[in-house]
Design a protein around this ligand. Structure first.
Ligand code: ING
Length: 305
C-alpha cells in the first residue's frame, strides 16, 4: 500500500518592514485555510516567514535587531498558527529568526521548525550554510549580512517521522550544497522541506542574476534525484523593501521532476499528492547507497582540513 500524502507549499509574497507579525500571521492563516480546504496534510512556509529579510540592512540598534527575532515559539503572535493547525488537523513548517537566551548570554539562528498535527514541535533546524558576509560592505546595493546576524547551526541534518513519513529540514543556501541532500538521505529522510528568500540580484556576481531561477531549480531537482527525495522548495517572493525576491516555489518528485510550481510572486498555495514510496524507485535502484556508493573513495568530501 503506497503512502500518499497531500503536501502544500505556501509561497509568501513580500513582507515589508512595517508589516506587523499579526498581519503576516493572518496571511499565513489564510494560506493554511486554503491549503487545508484543498486537502493538504502538510503545509510548508518560507524561510524567515514572520519578517522581512532584514539581513539586507546593517542595523545597529539592538532593540531594532531584536524586533526581528522570536524568543519563544510559539509566542503570543504565532500561537494562532498552532491553534488553527491543530483544529484543521494539519502539520506545518516555517522559518523564523530565533534568539536563544541562556545564562551565558544569547545566540541567534536562522531557524526552521516542523510542527505535527497535534501542535508539537517535532523538529527544529538551525541553518548550517549561512551565506553572505559579516561586516557592512558599502559597494553593495543592499547587504546580505546573514553572517552578522546568525550563528551557523550546530546540529546535524536530522529527521522526524510524522504522518508516517520521514521529514528533514533545510534553509535557503543549504539547498545549493549537494551535501545537504546526501546527508539527509543517508539519515533516512524521504521529504526535504526547504524555505528560501533569494534576491534576484547577487551582488558578488551580477552576471549570474539571470540564472537565479535556473540555479534554484537545478540544485533542488538534482538533490531530489541524486538522493531519492521529495523536495519542497518554498519562496518568500516579490518586491520586498525594494529588493526583488525569486518565486518559483515548487514540489519535486524523487525522480527530479517538478510536479507543482507557483506561477506568481505573491501569496500562493500549490499542492501535490505525493506517493512517498516513490523514493524507492531511486533508493533501490540507481542510487542504492548500500550497493553502489563508495564512501571510502570520497575522503575529501567530509575532510575538515
Ligand atoms: N539567500 C540566498 C540563497 O542562497 C544567495 C543567498 C543567493 C547565495 C544567490 C548565492 C547565490 O538563495 C539565502 N537567504 O540564503
Amino acid at each position: 500500500m503506497n503512502r500518499e500524502l497531500v503536501i502544500a507549499a505556501a509561497q509568501m509574497g513580500p513582507n515589508q518592514r512595517s508589516d506587523s507579525r499579526t498581519q503576516i500571521v493572518q496571511r499565513m492563516l489564510d494560506l493554511m485555510e486554503k491549503a487545508a480546504r484543498c486537502g493538504a496534510e502538510m503545509i510548508v512556509y518560507p524561510e524567515l516567514a514572520l519578517t522581512t529579510f532584514f539581513p539586507r540592512w546593517y542595523l545597529k540598534d539592538a532593540a531594532e535587531i531584536d524586533s526581528f527575532f522570536e524568543t519563544e515559539m510559539p509566542g503570543p503572535e504565532t500561537q494562532p498558527l498552532f491553534t488553527r493547525a491543530r483544529q484543521l488537523g494539519v502539520a506545518f513548517s516555517f522559518g523564523f529568526a530565533e534568539k536563544v537566551e541562556h545564562l551565558g548570554g544569547s545566540e541567534r539562528f536562522n531557524t526552521s521548525i516542523l510542527v505535527d498535527k497535534d501542535s508539537n514541535i517535532a523538529l527544529r533546524y538551525r541553518k548550517i550554510h549561512v551565506p553572505g558576509h559579516s561586516q557592512y560592505e558599502s559597494w553593495r546595493p543592499f547587504q546580505h549580512l546573514e553572517k552578522f546576524y546568525f550563528k551557523p547551526g550546530k546540529d546535524y541534518f536530522s529527521t522526524a517521522r510524522i504522518l508516517n513519513t520521514e521529514f528533514s529540514l533545510a534553509i535557503c543556501n543549504d539547498r545549493r550544497w549537494p551535501e545537504t541532500y546526501r546527508e539527509m538521505a543517508l539519515r533516512g529522510a524521504e521529504v526535504a522541506l526547504i524555505g528560501y528568500n533569494t534576491p534576484m540580484h547577487y551582488a558578488p556576481m551580477p552576471s549570474h542574476d539571470h540564472l537565479q531561477s535556473f540555479h534554484n531549480h537545478l540544485c533542488m531537482q538534482a538533490g531530489a534525484y541524486q538522493n531519492g527525495l521529495w523536495v519542497v522548495g518554498v519562496a518568500k517572493a516579490g518586491l520586498e523593501e525594494g529588493c526583488q525576491l525569486l518565486g518559483q516555489t515548487c514540489i519535486i518528485a524523487p525522480t527530479g521532476e517538478i510536479v507543482a510550481q507557483a506561477s506568481s510572486t505573491g501569496d500562493e498555495v500549490i499542492l501535490a499528492l505525493c506517493n512517498i514510496d516513490r523514493v524507492k524507485e531511486i533508493r533501490e535502484n540507481v542510487f542504492n547507497f548500500e550497493h553502489h556508493r563508495r564512501p571510502e573513495m570520497y575522503p575529501m568530501i567530509s575532510a575538515t582540513h
